[in-house]
Ligand binder design. Structure first.
Ligand code: ADP
Ligand code: ASP
Ligand code: MG
Length: 412
C-alpha cells in the first residue's frame, strides 16, 4: 500500500464537472488500495479575482488582510471537493492550513513553511478518510493566517509529502508534464520525461511556473519524488527525483548543452543612478532590501565613472512596490542621483547541465536574439543557466527563437 499526495491545480477544479472528475481520480487511487492525501488550489482564476477585488478597495492593501482574503479561494475548493468525494461514497474531510497546522514564518503573502504536523492527517487516514487539504495557506505560531506566494499549493503538497514520508507527490495540472519550454508559447516544445531536482530547480527559479520554486527546493531537501502530470490524461508525465549520479543513465533525459528555455514576464528592473563608488554601498542597499523581504534576482554594477557607478537589479513585480520604496530611501541616504523603475521587462533563460563544459552557448543565445532584433538589457550567467532581460513585448518571440536555435523540438 502506497501513501500518495496528489495536488490538483486551479484549472483542474475550475468547474463543477472538473471538480467531480478530480474526485473520481482521487477516489480511484484510494480504491486501488493506496492511502491518499489531496491538496487543492483555488478554483480557476479565483485568486486573481480576489486580488482584483482588493485593488478595487485600495492600492495598498495590508499584507495581513490580503492573506485573510486569498486564503478563501482554497477553502472553497476543499469544501467542494470533499462534498464531491462524499457524493461518490468516499469518506473525506476538508482541512484548512491551520487545522493541519502548516506552520509558517510570520511573513505575509510569501511565507516559508517551517513545519507540518502530520498528526491530524494520519488520524483521518487511519479512520479511512481522505484528508483534502487547502494548498497555499499556513498559520504562524501566534495563529495568524499566511499564504505561501503564487503557485504555493505545489509547496504545500511537497511539504505534506515530506512530513508523511509519502512514496510519491503527484502534481496534477493542465499540461502533461514539464516541457522544453512553456507549451502555450512554443507549440512544438517536447515533454521532458525525467529531471533531477537541480534541473527542475533551475527551470522553476527562472520562470517555469509549472512548479513553484520552493516546491522544487523542498523536494530536493527532503528527497520527495515528484510526478508532474495531467489531470485529464492518463499518460505518464515528468518524474523528478535524485541527482543525476544516482539515476541510471538510460532512464534520464540525455544531457544536452541546453535542456530548456524558460521565461518570466513579471519582472521589474530598478536602477540606482550615480551611487558613490565606495566600500559598503552595495551592502547598505541590499541589506535594506533583505530586511524588507524583497527577493533580488539579477544584479549588475556599471564600471566606475568619476567615482560614481550605477547599480541595476531585478525583482518580481509582486515585490516592486516595497522594493522601490526601500531603494529610494537608501538612494537618498547615500546621495545617489535617482532611482529608475521599469516594469515592462521580462527574463528569458536557457538552462542545461551540459553548458558548463561547452563554449559557444552564450554566443548562440545572443546570436538568436540579435537575428530577431531583440535588445538585451542585462545578462547573468551561472554554470547551468544564462539569463537575459529583454522588453516584455519581445519575450515570447525570444523564447521561440531560442527554442529553435538549440533545436529543442528534436529528440536527441
Ligand atoms: P496549476 O493551476 O495546475 O498549478 P499553473 O498555471 O500554475 O497550473 O502551471 C501550469 C502552467 O505552467 C502550464 O499551463 C504552462 O503554461 C506553464 N508552463 C510554463 N513553463 C512550462 C514548462 N516548461 N513546462 C510545462 N508547463 C509550463
Ligand atoms: N491559488 C494560488 C495561486 O493562484 C496558489 C496556487 O494555485 O498554487 O497562486
Ligand atoms: Mg501552479
Amino acid at each position: 500500500m502506497a501513501l500518495i499526495v496528489q495536488k490538483y491545480g486551479g484549472s483542474s477544479v475550475a468547474t463543477a464537472e472538473k471538480m467531480k472528475h478530480v474526485a473520481r481520480r482521487a477516489a480511484a487511487t484510494a480504491q486501488a488500495g493506496n492511502r491518499v492525501v489531496v491538496v487543492v488550489s483555488a478554483p480557476g482564476d479565483m485568486t486573481d479575482d480576489l486580488i482584483t477585488r482588493a485593488r478595487e478597495v485600495t492600492d495598498q492593501a495590508p499584507a495581513r488582510e490580503m492573506d485573510m482574503l486569498l486564503a478563501v479561494g482554497e477553502q472553497v475548493s476543499i469544501a467542494l471537493l470533499s462534498m464531491a468525494l462524499q457524493a461518490l461514497g468516499c469518506a473525506a474531510t476538508s482541512l484548512a492550513g491551520w487545522q493541519v497546522r502548516v506552520l509558517t514564518e510570520p511573513v505575509h503573502t510569501k511565507a516559508r513553511i517551517l513545519d507540518v504536523d502530520r498528526g491530524r492527517m494520519l488520524d483521518e487516514l487511519n479512520r479511512g478518510r481522505i484528508p483534502v487539504v487547502a494548498g497555499f495557506q499556513g498559520v504562524t505560531a501566534s495563529g495568524e493566517v499566511t499564504t505561501l506566494g503564487r503557485g504555493g499549493s505545489d509547496t504545500t503538497a511537497v511539504a505534506l509529502a515530506a512530513a508523511l514520508g509519502a512514496d510519491f507527490c503527484e502534481i496534477y495540472t493542465d499540461v502533461t508534464g514539464v516541457f522544453t519550454a512553456d507549451p502555450r508559447i512554443v507549440p512544438d516544445a517536447r515533454k521532458l520525461h525525467r529531471l533531477t531536482y537541480d534541473e527542475m530547480l533551475e527551470m522553476a527559479s527562472s520562470g517555469a511556473v509549472v512548479l513553484q520554486t520552493r516546491a522544487a527546493e523542498y523536494a530536493k531537501q527532503y528527497e520527495v519524488p515528484l510526478h508532474v502530470r495531467s489531470t485529464f490524461h492518463e499518460e505518464e508525465g515528468t518524474i523528478i527525483m535524485g541527482a543525476r549520479a544516482t539515476i541510471p543513465e538510460e532512464s534520464m533525459e540525455p544531457t544536452r548543452v541546453v535542456n530548456a528555455v524558460t521565461h518570466d514576464l513579471s519582472v521589474t528592473k530598478l536602477t540606482v543612478v550615480d551611487l558613490p563608488d565606495i566600500p559598503g554601498v552595495a551592502h547598505r542597499l541590499f541589506n535594506q532590501l533583505a530586511e524588507a523581504h524583497v527577493n533580488v534576482d539579477m544584479i549588475v554594477q556599471t564600471a566606475s565613472r568619476c567615482r560614481h557607478a550605477d547599480i541595476s537589479f531585478t525583482t518580481s513585480r509582486s515585490d516592486a512596490h516595497i522594493a522601490i520604496e526601500a531603494t529610494q530611501r537608501v538612494a537618498r541616504e547615500l546621495g545617489a542621483a535617482r532611482v529608475d523603475a521599469e516594469e515592462g521587462v521580462a527574463k528569458v533563460s536557457v538552462v542545461g547541465a551540459g553548458m558548463v563544459s561547452n563554449p559557444g552557448v552564450a554566443s548562440t543565445m545572443f546570436g538568436a536574439l540579435a537575428a530577431e532584433q531583440i535588445n538585451i538589457q542585462m545578462i547573468s550567467t551561472s554554470e547551468i543557466k544564462i539569463s537575459c532581460i529583454v522588453s516584455v513585448d519581445e519575450a515570447q518571440r525570444a523564447v521561440r527563437a531560442l527554442h529553435r536555435a538549440y533545436n529543442l523540438q528534436d529528440d536527441a
